[in-house]
Design a protein around this ligand. Structure first.
Ligand code: UD1
Ligand code: CA
Length: 452
């Protein structure tokens, strides 16, 4: 598709969303609406995307970065006017222009590829994507005479008879570049003061140009999202696409409609996800895991053969064979090495926890570096935050440290390998290797074994 570019219209205000945010940045299954459109265009093989922005342009620009080129439209005088703004970025060597709206997130790459393919083969001036629907309300209706397309009538201008037409304009078309460039300036203002791109269809029909058409049996894929009801409808469809793809790739989703997985999340084979679970953002989960029920995982990497039960995992990395939960939370910057066991009511933040360390219940590790085979007994916590200075400090627990129940580790503090504390100790000073410390504040009472 080297001789094709795509123009995506996203300058409109999106009035019907009643939002401060640009309509095309509203998210579905964790991804902004317009990203779906861009991704579909790119995977259809069209490399250059020109996005027309206007309303909340800066927001959109920041979200999309250098993935696309931008053209500005201000004021926003309609879809035809929007395309005019993008044409200077379309070189004369480009043969076909794919025009579409930024508010059709369900469109699939295969459909765009078919549309472009048909356009090139038929050498039509315009190839339109149309769709049949039981509820054409809001869409431009396709007018045909003797089966040939002769124009589009917009909802606002349609007679009752025209409103009954069930074939609608998806807002997705291919144009021959030269013809498009030449005819756009001839568009006339509609009664509503806008230049409608859709008026080009009647213009082409008058000129006896070939107007080809790819007709979808079902509008679903080309539905436009104009308000939050349609946003929810489109998202429901996307969620099912994600669920289907996962299930067909070997992941068990128990009661799938209660499981919410963002587009782009990867999950390995034979992992079972239980009801009430959200898996969001940039997350990867390995094979043979049990995730959920009632679990929330965001922007995290989880290894294979892990269990995460009724817990929250945020911006964390978890290696193989780790068990978390129920009712625990891993906050940003946590790394759990293989075979770590985190039980109930435990929280870790910005901490690295070594292999086979156990943290069974009611405990908190913040800004800690914990070695292997450490035992964190019930009620033990790091006091990592000094409220007087506002400073956070680190706690280091070397390999094979054993904390007694209710140990308070007042950071900065380090327990060397094999050190242990008695129940209720308040540790304010470092403890040497293989030594037992007890009391408030904790003091060393005896050597546990000969240090290496
Ligand atoms: C449009 C079509 C309609 C089609 C429907 C499909 C026109 C006149 N109508 O109607 O035939 O059935 O899409 O979903 O084209 N935009 C701009 N600049 C503007 C105006 C709009 O960039 O000045 C952008 C919007 O951000 C949006 C897209 O164009 O992404 C479509 O605009 P919208 O107002 O949603 O058009 P519809 O009324 O849905
Ligand atoms: Ca629309």
């Amino acid at each position: 598709m080297q001789n094709s570019v795509a123009i995506i219209l996203a300058a409109g205000q999106g009035t019907r969303m009643k939002s401060k945010k640009s309509k095309v940045l509203h998210q579905l299954a964790g991804k902004p609406m317009v990203r779906y459109v861009i991704d579909a265009v790119k995977s259809a093989g069209v490399e250059r995307v020109i996005l027309v922005i206007g309303h909340e342009a800066e927001q959109v620009r920041q979200h999309l970065g250098d993935n696309v080129e931008f053209a500005s439209q201000s004021p926003q005088l309609g879809t035809g006017h929007a395309v005019i703004q993008a044409m200077p970025w379309v070189g004369d060597e480009v043969e076909n222009v794919l025009v579409m709206c930024g508010d059709t997130p369900l469109i699939r790459a295969e459909t765009l590829r078919a549309l472009l393919g048909q356009h090139m083969e038929s050498r039509a001036t315009i190839t339109m994507l149309t769709a049949r629907t039981d509820n054409p309300q809001g869409y431009g209706r396709i007018m045909r005479v003797d089966r040939a397309i002769v124009g589009i009538v917009e909802q606002g201008a349609a007679s009752d008879e025209q409103k009954a037409i069930d074939e609608v304009n998806s807002g997705i078309y291919c144009f021959q570049t030269g013809w498009l460039r030449d005819r756009l300036p001839r568009l006339e203002k509609s009664a509503r003061g806008e230049y409608y791109l859709t008026d080009l269809i009647a213009m082409a029909a008058h000129e006896n140009r070939t107007i080809a058409c790819l007709a979808l049996d079902d509008l679903a894929e080309a539905m436009g999202v104009n308000d939050r009801v349609q946003l929810a409808e489109a998202e429901a469809i996307l969620r099912w696409r994600v669920r289907r793809t996962l299930m067909l790739s070997g992941v068990t989703l128990m009661e799938p409609s209660t499981i919410f997985v963002d587009d782009g999340v990867e999950i390995g084979r034979d992992t079972v996800v239980y009801p009430g679970t959200f898996i969001k953002g940039d997350t990867t989960i390995g094979e043979d895991c049990a995730i959920g029920p009632n679990t929330y995982i965001v922007d995290s990497t989880i290894g294979s053969a892990c269990t995460v039960f009724a817990s929250v995992v945020e911006n964390s990395t978890v290696d193989d064979r780790v068990s978390v939960g129920p009712f625990s939370r891993l906050r940003a910057g946590t790394h759990l090495a293989a075979d770590v066991y985190i039980g109930n009511f435990a929280e870790a933040k910005n901490s690295s926890i070594g292999q086979a360390t156990k943290m069974h219940h009611f405990s908190y590790l913040g800004d800690a570096t914990v070695g292997s085979r450490v035992n964190i007994a019930a009620g033990s916590i790091t006091c990592n935050f000094d409220s007087e200075t506002g400073k956070k400090s680190r706690t280091v627990l070397e390999d094979d440290v054993a904390l007694g129940s209710d140990t308070l580790l007042v950071a900065p503090v380090a327990l060397a390998h094999g050190a242990a504390t008695g129940a209720g100790s308040v540790v304010t000073r470092d403890i040497p290797a293989d030594s037992l410390a007890v009391g408030v504040p904790a003091r060393v009472v005896r050597k546990l074994r000969k240090s290496k």
